[in-house]
Design a protein around this ligand. Structure first.
Ligand SMILES: Nc1nc2c(ncn2[C@@H]2O[C@H](COP(=O)(O)OP(=O)(O)OP(=O)(O)O)[C@@H](O)[C@H]2O)c(=O)[nH]1
Ligand SMILES: [Mg+2]
Length: 385
């Protein structure tokens, strides 16, 4: 689907993006190349009951021309994904429509599962980069199920939600209504979560028009909404990256331990010069461990580059703090037998001692050392952020 080009006139936020784009000259050419090769992905989720102005909001914020209003077929209600490429950005828009309050419990599972799956991915381009929940200031209705079934579980799963009060143009008792909605929401959320989630609550008018008296209604709220989304994504990146990194270290070290144990169970140990065989096995295991650290660093670099790409696009002037990676001790040597390196005296000792050692005891001893090294590295990381 192709969308209209966004008319930048009067847009605060597009101005910011330009600043961000020019700021990119400070960063490596590698980053620039990455950008050229693949379009940046933006996953956007918009939730709320039918008619609250979700699709209109998407059109307003991102310059799409998705169909809005009545007259849409009433089949296929629920969550729909649209892919729209615009200005080199691939938008994956998850819009819900035709959802009434009584069907909320039904599709909440689908929404929550999708959010959890995406937001725990090790790739930032799988995450939701903006999540909006719309309430219309016209009706000023906030159902308990909306809070209970959707907003609270989303917040509890670590997903930041931007609350949008749509139809915020002047109207009869509009300001009081919106103040009341805001207060009610804050109180209910605090009560259920037992902390203040400090949600962004943004008032918007997504469609320009006229009042009954013939006064012009202008759109507003775009800058604030996009700014809130930028802020949330920046926070998510800072918070989730260390956890993703730690998980990867754990997985990589577990795999190393498993490979090492397989090698120790099956590797050749000669009957006489078994010290020498043990040394060869240890060398292989140590070499594999060094490679494992190399792979962890390479994955960390990739993650950092992806994060910086998003941060810069979000208008952040600073790339990620270089100290974001949780530290762990890089034990690069699994100590083994006191094998001798020389040939003359050493060889004699080897022959003598090897008679006392069985291959089985060597395998068991080395395996214990691998387990110990594995535990020591992970334990050292446990203590960091
Ligand atoms: N005046 C005014 N009208 C709006 C605003 N936002 C949406 N509308 C109108 O409200 C109607 C419903 O908007 P939609 O964007 O289709 O609502 P929706 O939430 O996507 O509805 P479903 O897809 O059925 O769930 C449309 O006629 C829009 O033009 C707003 O901020 N102000
Ligand atoms: Mg819609």
């Amino acid at each position: 689907m192709t969308a209209k080009t966004w008319n930048r006139t009067g847009s605060k936020v597009s101005g910011k993006k330009e600043t961000a784009a020019s700021g990119r000259t400070d960063h490596s050419s590698e980053e620039k190349q990455n950008k050229i090769h693949r379009p940046m992905v933006r996953n956007i989720l918009v939730l709320g009951k039918t008619g609250t102005g979700k699709t209109s909001l998407l059109n307003y914020l991102y310059g799409f021309d998705l169909p809005t209003g009545a007259g849409l077929p009433k089949t296929g209600k629920g969550l729909h994904e649209h892919e729209i490429t615009r200005n080199g950005v691939a938008y994956h828009v998850f819009d819900t429509w035709g959802v009434e309050a009584d069907s909320l419990p039904e599709w909440r599972k689908e929404v929550l599962a999708l959010v959890r799956k995406r937001n725990t991915s090790p790739h930032i381009n799988d995450w939701f980069h903006a999540v909006y929940y719309c309430f219309s200031a016209n009706t000023a209705r906030i159902e308990e199920v909306e809070i209970e079934e959707i907003i609270v579980p989303l917040l509890q799963s670590g997903c930041k939600v931007i609350i949008v009060l749509t139809n915020a143009e002047d109207g009869f008792h509009k300001q009081e209504k919106m103040d009341g909605m805001q207060e009610y929401l804050c109180d209910e959320l605090k009560k259920r979560l037992h902390y203040d989630p400090q949600l962004e609550i943004i008032r918007t008018v997504s469609v320009a028009g006229e009042t009954l008296a013939g006064d012009a209604i202008s759109r507003f709220g775009r800058g604030e909404a996009l700014e809130a989304a930028q802020y949330n994504l920046t926070e998510d990146i800072k918070k989730r990256l260390p956890a993703i990194y730690k998980m990867n270290v754990r997985n990589k070290l577990d795999a190393w331990k498993e490979r090492s144990q397989l090698l120790l169970a099956n590797g050749k140990i000669s009957f006489v010069l078994n010290n020498n065989s043990a040394k060869q096995l240890i060398d292989l295991i140590n070499y594999d461990l060094l490679n494992t650290f190399g792979a962890i660093d390479a994955d960390g670099d990739k993650l950092e580059a992806e994060a910086n790409e998003y941060l810069l696009a979000e208008g952040s002037k600073k790339p990620l703090d270089k100290r974001w990676r949780p530290e762990f001790s890089r034990i690069t040597y699994v100590k083994g037998y006191e094998y001798s390196k020389g040939l003359s005296v050493g060889l004699a000792i080897d022959v003598a001692t090897s008679l006392l050692r069985s291959a089985k005891s060597i395998r068991e001893n080395l395996s214990r050392r691998v387990v110990k090294t594995h535990a020591a590295i992970l334990e050292s990381m446990q203590k960091t952020r």
